[in-house]
Design a protein around this ligand. Sequence first.
Ligand SMILES: Nc1ncnc2c1ncn2[C@@H]1O[C@H](COP(=O)(O)OP(=O)(O)OP(=O)(O)O)[C@@H](O)[C@H]1O
Ligand SMILES: [Mg+2]
Length: 453
Amino acid sequence: MKLDEMTPAQIVQELDKYIIGQHDAKRTVAIALRNRARRKKLPEVIRDEVSPKNIIMIGPTGVGKTEIARRIAKLANTPFIKVEATKYTEVGYVGRDVESMVRDLMGTAVQMTRKEMAEQRRSQVEKQVEERLLDLLLPSDSGPKDKKGSSGSTDLTDATKDTREKFRQFLAEGRFEEREVELTVHNKPAVQGIELLAGGNIDDLENTIQSLGSIFGGRGKKRKVPIKRAREILTEEETDRSIDQEQVVEIAKELVEQMGIIFIDEIDKVAGRKGGHGGPDVSREGVQRDILPIIEGSKVSTKWGMIDTTHILFIAAGAFHISKPSDLIPELQGRFPLRVELNELTSNDFLRILQEPENAIVKQYIELMKTEEVTLDFTKESLLRVSEIAYLVNSNTENIGARRLYTIMERLLEDISFNASDMGGETVQITKSYVNERLSDILENEDLSRYIL
Ligand SMILES: Nc1ncnc2c1ncn2[C@@H]1O[C@H](COP(=O)(O)OP(=O)(O)OP(=O)(O)O)[C@@H](O)[C@H]1O
Ligand SMILES: [Mg+2]
C-alpha cells in the first residue's frame, strides 16, 4: 500500500512489524505523515497555509529512532532521505553544505519518478527493443533507411518477412541469447565517486563532466555483444528515449515540494551551547543556522531548478544525553513543535526484540545456520536469560540499547558459528544452562564485559 493512502493506524501497524514498543513515537510520526496526505487534498489557498509539523524524536542510544526512519523509508512512495546532521558543515568550511540535503531529496524523487514511468512504458519499450534486436540479427532486411526498425516491414518481401517472424519466435524462445551482434554503445559518464573529491557543489561538476562526455564519448563505439547484453543496453536506451525528462523533473519537483520527507539523524550532535568551549561549537551552531532557512522554507537551487522547501516534512532524532533540545538555537526549536520521547528498553522488550520483528535476530541466526543444515533450537528460558543478561550488562556498563543483543548473541553462538560447517544434519538446542555457561565468565568480570560485549 502507498504511504499517502495509509491511515495512522495502518502506519503504526506496519512499524509494529519491526519495532517493539515506542508507541508514542510511532503514533506521532504516523500523524505527521497522515497530515501531509490530508493537506494535499485541501484547496490550494488553504493548502499553502498549512505548514508541516516537524518532529524531534528524543531517546537514548539504540532504542529504535533510526530504525523507525528506516522503516518509513521502505514504506514511502514519497521522496524520503535520511541524513546525518554531523556530516554537514557551515558554509565556507570543508564538507557538505546543508542545501545538499534538498538536492539529494530531489535526486531521489527524480529516480523514483523515472522508475515509475519506465514501469508504465515497459511493454512498449519491450516491443521496440524486440524490433531493434531483430534488425541486429537480420541486418540486411532492415535496410539503411530504417535503422530504428519500427515500421520498416511494409516494403519487405514475403520471404524476408517470414524469416523475420521465425527469428522473432526464436528470440522469444531464448535461442539467440548467446549470439553476438554488433552494437553501438554509448558510454555514460561516471559521476559517482567524484562527489568525494568535489566536497561541495556536485551539480556544476556533474554538468561539466557531461559536456566533456559529449565531446569525447558522445558518439559511442561499436562493440560485439551477445543478444542478452544487447537487450539490456537497448532497453536502457529505449527507456531513456521514451521518457520525457522534463516531465520527470516536473513531477519529481511537485512530489518533493508537497510530500518530501527529510530525516535528520544525530541532531543532538550539532546542538552545542553557544560560547561554551569555542572551537567546533562555532561550526555546530553555524550548521544549525544554515539548516534553519531550509526548514523555515526557502528556495534551494538544484540542477533541476529551484526547489521550495516550505512544505517538506522534517523529522529529527537524537539521543540528547549530553545536550538538550533546549540547547538548539531557539529559532530551530520553534520549527520542531512536536517532541516525542522514546523509552529505554526493558528486559521484556529485549525478549520480544529477539524473536518478534520480521527480521528478528533469532530468526536470522536460525536461517543462517540452516544454510549449513544445522537446526538451531532456542528454548524459551534461554532467550529469557539472554534478555536478562543484555539488560544487566547495559545497566552495569554502558547502555547501548538493543544493540547489546547483537553482541551477546554473537558471543553466545560463536562456537556454533565456527563449527557449523562440520555439523550438517545436527540439531543444536540452546538452553538456559548453555547460555549461562557461554556467558558466565564475562558476566562475572565487569572489565571483561566492557571489552567483549
Ligand atoms: N524498539 C526496537 N524494536 C526492535 N528493534 C530495535 C528497537 N530498538 C532498537 N532496535 C534495534 O537495535 C539497533 C539499533 O537501533 P537504532 O539504530 O534505531 O538506534 P537509535 O535509537 O537510532 O540509536 P542512536 O541514538 O545510537 O542512533 C537496530 O538494529 C534496531 O533494529
Ligand atoms: Mg540512530
